[in-house]
Ligand binder design. Structure first.
Ligand code: FE2
Length: 410
């Protein structure tokens, strides 16, 4: 990044306004009421308080058991929408909205019990009022905002990673057109996030790792972000530090409620962090990789993190400060630590190992800077491309390099 851009970002740019000789101005806002803790699903009756509700969930045994508990406590839902698929797209969402549309009365609440795809589907249902065309028109044609609805959402995550339970947007995919949209409206913040770590017990290892890596990506992406502020960075540092510490143990002890609880908390903190900054380049880069190569979201937005960490070192003082609170003084050694962390979990940092040819990957990096999320990144395109080159040439050389002498990237 140029020093001019740095000065803009730290002075009067997107990072906020700095009064002369005073601290930079910033604001943080998140209206979601959060209830956290083992067994807190039992609070659902009190939270719904007799309202008519629709349940959105996966048609799998584990959430079905929790759905049964919700129905026993709060009464039967108007309808159960349980055919949500990963990365919900126009076709599936149109069907889900139609199932809401045929109800004789609209719900007073939507309970979303599942991962990010379920919670995002609930947000689309909330805005659609039972007609997906309203949402499609708003996303594609940028028209019809006045026709969008807003049904309160109770989000109950069954994975630890999405953060969607505390954000105001939903990812909506149009596979036929090869595009990904973001439905972003302040009235899509869930009314309440009920985070019960017990619901994440039973998640298989791969899903546990991928969703946790999504949360790690959310936290780092909210730090190397032009919209970062001290509150979002505090949440992000706490989240990333815990994920780096907990995830290797959790991957080997999937039945540990204590580790599940720490991961659920870390994912929540990461969600709160990026609820105010949105994501950045790793996510912008991940979307075409998921669309074209089918990589799960958490994997697609995490294998590039060491490359981006290497690229961003020294570009922004506040960003460096946040990253040092996670990785220590020597951020280049942190690149090695992050690389080892991913590899020990079975995640290669090479795009080619994920089926993405190198020339395609470099083109995608360049294109990612043009995306809405890519423009949030505080780093520069040429440095990311250089970092890709260095990582490819010497992928493991930084591991254990903690003497602080190598400052060539800073
Ligand atoms: Fe994500």
């Amino acid at each position: 990044m140029s020093s001019t851009r740095n000065a803009l970002l730290r002075g009067t740019g997107s990072r906020g306004t700095r009064a002369s000789n005073g601290p930079r101005q910033w604001s943080f806002h998140n209206p979601v009421r959060v209830t956290f803790g083992s067994g807190c699903l039992g609070r659902i009756s009190e939270i719904l308080d007799g309202r008519r509700y629709v349940l959105v969930t996966y048609g799998e045994p584990h959430p079905r058991e929790a759905a049964t508990r919700i129905a026993a406590a709060a009464g039967e839902p108007l309808v159960v929408i349980d055919d949500v698929s990963p990365n919900p797209d126009f076709v599936g969402l149109a069907k889900s909205c139609a199932r809401l549309g045929v109800q004789t009365e609209l719900p007073e609440a939507i309970v979303a019990l599942g991962g990010g795809s379920v919670i995002d589907t609930a947000k689309v249902l909330s805005a659609s009022g039972g007609e997906f065309e309203r949402v499609r028109r708003y996303l594609v044609d940028h028209e019809g905002e006045e026709a969008l609805g807003s049904v309160p959402i109770i989000a109950i995550p069954t994975t630890a990673g999405t953060g969607s339970e505390v954000t105001s947007w939903a990812s909506v995919w149009d596979r036929d057109a090869g595009r990904k949209y973001s439905l972003w409206r302040t009235d899509l913040y869930p009314e309440h996030a009920l985070v019960d770590p017990e619901l994440t017990l039973g998640m298989p290892r791969m899903l546990t790792v991928h969703t946790a890596l999504d949360a790690l990506s959310h936290s780092l992406e909210s730090i190397w972000n032009v919209n970062a502020n001290p509150v979002s960075t505090n949440f992000a540092v706490g989240a990333a530090t815990d994920i780096l510490e907990v995830l290797p143990d959790l991957a080997d002890n999937l039945g540990s409620l204590a580790l599940r609880s720490r991961m659920a908390m870390a994912a929540l903190l990461a969600g709160l962090a990026f609820s105010n900054t949105r994501t950045a380049l790793a996510h912008s880069l991940s979307y075409p990789i998921t669309l074209r190569y089918g990589l799960p979201h958490g994997l697609a937005c995490s294998f590039s993190l060491p490359m981006l960490l290497r690229a961003v070192i020294g570009d922004d003082i506040e960003c460096d400060e946040g990253l040092r609170r996670i990785f220590g003084e020597d951020l280049l050694a942190g690149v090695g630590r992050l690389t080892d962390f991913l590899r020990d979990l079975g995640v290669s940092v090479s795009a080619e190992d994920h089926g993405v040819p190198r020339d395609v990957f470099r083109d995608l990096i360049a294109a990612a800077f043009e995306g809405e999320r890519g423009r949030n990144f505080v780093g520069a395109k040429d440095r990311v491309l250089d970092a890709e080159e260095q990582q490819r040439a010497r992928p493991g050389d930084d591991a254990g390099c903690s003497d602080g002498n190598d400052t060539t990237s800073q």
